[in-house]
Design a binder for this molecule. Sequence first.
Ligand code: ARG
Length: 579
Amino acid sequence: MLPYRLIEQRLQPAVLAVLPDADPATLQVRPCADLRFGDYQTAALMGLAKARKMNPRALAEQVLAKLDMADLCGRVEIAGAGFLNFRLLPATLTSALESAVRGEHMFFSRAAQPRSIVIDFSSPNVAKPMHIGHIRSTILGDCLARLFRLLGHRVVTDNHLGDWGTQFGMLLLGWKRDLDRATLDRDPIAEMERLYKKVSAECKETSATLEDARQELVKLQAGDAENLRLWREMIALSQHQFDTIYGRLGVTFDFTLGESFYNPRLKAVVAALVARGLARESEGAIVVFFDDLPALKEHPALVQKSDGAANYATTDLATLAHRLETWHPAEVIYVTDGRQQLHFQQIFAAFRNWQLAIGNWQAPIKLAHVWFGSILGEDGKPFKTRSGETVKLAGLLDEAEERALKVVTEKNPNLPESERKEIARVIGLGAVKYADLLPNRQSDYVFSWDKMLALSGNTAPYLQYAYARIRSIFRKSEVRSPKSEVQAVVLVALEEIALAKQLLNFGLVLEAVAEEYRPNYLCNYLYDLAGGFTRFYETCPVLKADEPTRGSRLALCDLTSRVLKQGLEILGIETVEQM
Ligand code: ARG
């Protein structure tokens, strides 16, 4: 077991001996921000004391008297307002590393209680190109899915395609009036986009066009065979484009149940909400009111328009009901941009009230809207092409690979082209993904090719390079896997102790990412780890050291490379052995 888990485990009986009603789940330790004070720290006692109006330091004294850590830690200290600080004994650290060398763990533990988690992400709209705004949802959602799976949870990923809605009225009209078959065959998305833009512009000018488009939509909704056939063709063409991009990004979904999948349920959802008194008629429409929720009191949610049509909210309520029945999740996560915050607050509140009303909320599920900010151009305005259009994902990925190829070629002019191209693919895609995951997701970030492709600084190429550099040590040393050769880890130099301690905290970082849905914590951890490795490698000879130091240091190199690779893999970023 990892040392910080052992500390937590020992903490429990000591705290319970003093406060028998304390919740053991709150007894968590975190790495100390300043290593001079210790390796781990818990703030839990202050919370417990506060809730009981006790003096926190006095509580800490009492707990300390019951605490037996002598075999794990040096003297445990009370600090500040009532923190407990723990310093690992050298033997605790080395034995955790030795068990990692033996392949018993990779510095993280799988969840003690695996949960079923549905992740709704990417979810682009049919007949429109996937643009740069969808990239954040795709990359973030995929990262969360990878992480939760690694931690042992049961993950269901669902791409909630926008394959229904008023845009199809316009598209059908445009398709029937002036489809250009040749362009459609060559570039279906561009042609559908052209048709949509043309009709939608016309609709703003002439009400007759608007009415014609509406009629097409009504026919589609009524199940008109011709319109259904064309609609299916539009979906198939779009799906093909999406799949190409997902393939390049290495992103997969367990399900792609588009919005249209829920059409047969929408009437029943509205009826159920009305029957329970949760929704009522207002000016011909049907609306859910949140009289009991101050934050939403002024924001009722429309679930049926006055023309009888359901909308985005109705679909999301039906979707949630379906997910609950089908996968029994403990948690449902939605990854979209920040502009949908109100929508999800409404959905979560309406769904909760609905389930409470039908007595279906015994085990409340956690509903999380993981939202993110916008991608800006270097001028600080929303990122656009030179001609002012939204940036399309496919072109963006091409450009990333082309630019990375230049960097790779400069560094390795002698590698064969096919190898350079493969490295450039890994670096280019990695750079784009990392640039997206590194900022706090709720802030906007400026898209900069030069920054994201730089080989120094907090970038994917820097981390990929750090990984490849460690692998090259093994090519030189002819040591394959330290696993079979290293008997003992010996930590002497300050830099190697520091690196070992960083490795140890990998799992705590993963847990923090999962808790708050913030991959930036992992990015920063990997960047710090690469820095810690550099300091170690600059001060501690590895290949020239004598045994057992040599083997021990090689093991540290190996473990660092494995954590880097695993960490990048969670971010959806590949590595290469040579760069
Ligand atoms: N298609 C929507 C969009 O592009 C995102 C859907 C998000 N998922 C959901 N269940 N509402 O904005």
